[in-house]
Structure formats: structure tokens, C-alpha cells
Write a protein that binds this ligand. Structure first.
Ligand SMILES: Cc1ncc(COP(=O)(O)O)c(C=O)c1O
Length: 417
């Protein structure tokens, strides 16, 4: 692989390869043999896959119990690639990106990205409000450091200047992580933010820095307000400058409401990248899969492949989106109507995703969380970074009014103590 992509890889990432020879290669060569005795699976006397009937109690095709390729099932990879294009028409049309490699959902995809791009002591630049598992994923596992900038400006826009300042700091290689819709805030970059982020990253790349942009698109598609891009930043970033490599981590976990199915994707995009370079990145990602979990659940891949070819998929997905959007709209209405709540908490900017956050005023967020758990209030929330995170993805519409009324009441009660 040639620079600048070469320069972006970690030492481990540079070494990693997919073992096309060896057992996998020899098995591939034997496909079509009258008797193929190469693979470590077991087949019946009639050559069908062995399977205990009690395991297959729901009657799935027996092939869904066989090993999947380390790259992922070919049909699912193509389907996801086509879906990426369909969901990001304006920004991806006509652009060449890698074929997605199947991961065991986003956490695993993020870990693969860490393996490929982070050496011990490297830094990941990201907003200060982030999914806390990044600590384990990048700091504990790869010895990287999370360097944060305040996520919002005083006016509630994405803090592009804060991001750029860190990117322009010492060192030629930079890794930045963007997560829209964001966990915990439920914020997605507005059109104006997005324009500013792209301009900033271009300036950084023009200054000679090699920039890996990790895009955690876990909550992709769940945007509820106008003025906010419904497309991933992947399309805009991947052909911005040859010094920028966009790495998209996404999957059905949150988008298609299959949290336990454990299927996701890692996709690469860079200006001027050749098919050979994309192939090399895909092979490195698949090599990591091969050397860690070997391959991703066939069952999960089978189920999703079926869903994506269903004529009802889009309609059913829209229904779930509408359920979440109604809750979002209701929260906006509740907070607008009950102006008294503003004396108890301030809502952080939110426009998308599963979550929103409020900042309690004049009380300790942890004390508030504990009080909310008591018999009187019976509400469970998360505290982080001085905020209360509310997963409205879990709250039925008719419980939202009481939910916010109780938070307000609990703040007031704490104030009196
Ligand atoms: C921002 C973000 N990224 C990734 C994940 C993990 O996704 P998965 O379950 O697909 O590993 C989560 C889950 O909470 C998340 O909030």
C-alpha cells in the first residue's frame, strides 16, 4: 500500500494481512471437488450440513449454521454497500469506496479500526461527550489516549474550532472520531456544522497532516429535525483530500433494532484510493477478524440478508422511525410548554438518535439520579460528565410528560434539602 494511507496505519496495521494461502486458500481451491475434505465442519452422509434438530427448532436453512467467510457473506456485503449508496445518494453517488467488511457489530468494528490505526501513545481526538466504551476500546486495549475538546460552542453549535486546534497540534498523523447522532447527547452536525467540519479537516490535510476520520454511525438515519444532514459524513469526507481516510463503522444494531444479533460493517473511503488499496484495507480488516473471532455469526448475517431483501423492510423501518420521532417531538413540546422546568435543568442540543441530555441546575447530577430511582419517582437515567442522559428510545409516548415532570420535581426537592 502506498502513502499517504501507509503512513496512517499503526505498526500492527502495517503488518496485518489476510492469510489467503494456508487452510483458507487450500479450502477455496478444493471447492467443487467430488469429495472436499478440507474444512473443519461436519456433513451428513448425504452431504448436507450436520445440525441437531433441537438447535434448528425454527427451521432455518442449514447453510445458516455453516462458517461465514472472514470478510463476511458476499451477498450481505454487496447489499450493505448498495444500501449505503441508497441512504447517502447525494454525498456518495459516483464515488468509489471499499466493499464493507462484516464485523461483530460496531464495537468490534471500532476495535478493528483501533488495531489498524492506533499505536501505543497515539491520540484520538474527539468531543468531550462520547460513548464511554471508547475508553476500553482505545485506551485500555490499544494504549491510545483520548484527547477531547468541548463538544459545543456557547451558541450550541458543534465546536469545530476546538477540533481543528487539536488536529493542528504536533505530529503528522492524526486520528479523529466523529459520532453522529451522538451518544450521549443525541446531536447530529447541522448542515452548517458539517460544512465547517469539512473545511477544517481540509485545512488540516492541506497542512500536511495525515488524518484518519473514524465515523461511528451507530445511530445513522435517526434524524428528526430539518437543517440536519440525513446522510453520513462519510461521503463528504472520503473525497476531500488524499491525506484524509474516512473509516465508517456502522450496522443494523441500532438502525434495525437488532442489538443482540452482533453484525456490523467497516468501510473505507479516501480520495484517489485505488481498488488495490481498498482491497488491501479490506484484507487487513478481514485478517483481524480471522485472527480474533475468525468470522461473524452466520445466523445473524442470514437473518439480515433476508430482511434486506424483504419488500416490507423500508416500510417497517419507517414505522419504527416514526415511533421514535413522535417521542422526540413530544419532548420538544413538553420542554417548550413547561417553562418552569428551565429552572431545574437545561436541555443540551439534540436533534437525532436514541438519547437527549439535560444539565441539572444547582444540584449534583449523581444525587439527582439516586433520588430519581426511589419509590417516589421510579425513574432510571444515566449520569455522565455532569449531565443526565435520557434514552427516550425506551420511553412510551404517554409516559414522557410524567417523566419530565418528575425530573423537575426531584430537582426542586433536592434543592430544598
Ligand atoms: C456511539 C455508539 N457506538 C457504538 C455502539 C455499539 O454498537 P454495537 O452494539 O453494534 O457494538 C454504541 C452502543 O451503545 C454506541 O452508543
Amino acid at each position: 500500500m502506498n502513502s499517504p494511507l501507509e503512513a496512517m496505519l499503526s505498526k500492527r496495521g502495517k503488518r496485518m494481512y489476510f492469510p489467503s494461502a494456508g487452510i483458507l486458500g487450500q479450502s477455496k481451491e478444493a471447492v467443487g471437488s467430488a469429495v472436499n475434505a478440507t474444512i473443519g465442519m461436519a456433513f451428513e452422509e448425504d452431504a448436507s450440513p450436520m445440525c441437531l434438530p433441537c438447535v434448528n427448532s425454527v427451521g432455518l436453512p442449514l447453510t445458516s449454521f455453516l462458517y461465514a467467510p472472514s470478510f463476511g457473506q458476499a451477498g450481505l456485503r454487496t447489499a450493505w454497500s448498495e444500501m449505503l449508496l441508497a441512504k447517502n445518494k447525494a454525498s456518495l453517488a459516483g464515488k468509489a469506496y471499499s466493499l464493507p467488511v462484516v464485523t461483530s457489530a460496531l464495537t468490534h468494528g471500532l476495535s478493528i479500526a483501533g488495531y489498524l490505526f492506533l499505536d501505543e501513545g497515539d491520540e484520538i481526538i474527539l468531543p468531550d461527550l462520547y460513548w464511554d466504551n471508547y475508553d476500553l476500546l482505545f485506551e485500555e486495549a490499544y494504549g491510545a489516549t483520548l484527547t477531547t475538546f468541548p463538544m459545543f460552542t456557547k451558541t450550541g453549535a458543534f465546536n469545530v474550532k476546538g477540533m481543528e486546534r487539536l488536529l493542528m497540534g504536533d505530529g503528522d498523523k492524526k486520528v479523529v472520531l466523529l459520532n453522529f447522532p451522538n451518544n450521549p447527547t443525541g446531536y447530529t452536525a447541522t448542515h452548517a456544522d458539517e460544512k465547517a467540519i469539512c473545511a477544517a479537516l481540509k485545512r488540516v490535510a492541506k497542512a500536511g497532516k495525515k488524518v484518519v476520520v473514524l465515523l461511528d454511525d451507530a445511530y445513522f438515519g435517526l434524524v428528526y429535525e430539518p437543517g440536519v444532514s440525513t446522510e453520513s459524513m462519510f461521503g463528504a469526507l472520503m473525497d476531500l483530500h488524499p491525506n484524509i481516510l474516512a473509516v465508517k463503522l456502522d450496522g443494523p444494531t441500532k438502525e434495525d433494532y437488532v442489538w443482540g444479533v452482533r453484525v456490523g460493517f467497516i468501510t473505507f473511503g479516501a480520495k484517489g484510493a485505488t481498488a488495490g488499496q481498498y482491497g488491501a484495507l479490506e484484507a487487513k480488516a478481514a485478517g483481524i477478524v480471522r485472527g480474533s473471532i475468525s468470522n461473524v455469526s452466520s445466523l445473524g448475517q442470514y437473518l439480515l440478508g433476508k430482511a434486506y431483501s424483504s419488500p416490507d423492510y423500508d416500510r417497517q423501518k419507517r414505522q419504527k422511525y416514526n415511533t421514535l420521532k413522535k417521542r422526540f417531538d413530544r419532548i420538544k413540546k413538553i420542554l417548550a410548554k413547561h417553562t418552569a422546568y428551565a429552572s431545574s435543568f437545561v436541555a443540551m442540543p439534540y436533534n437525532s438518535g436514541y438519547f437527549m441530555c439535560v444539565k441539572p441546575i444547582g444540584v449534583d447530577p449523581e444525587a439527582l439520579r439516586k433520588l430519581l430511582l426511589t419509590e417516589k419517582y421510579q425513574i432510571g437515567v444515566i449520569t455522565l460528565s455532569g449531565l443526565i442522559r435520557i434514552a427516550f428510545s425506551t420511553i412510551p409516548l404517554d409516559k414522557l410528560d410524567t417523566f419530565f415532570a418528575r425530573i423537575h420535581a426531584a430537582v426542586q426537592e433536592l434543592r430544598k434539602q
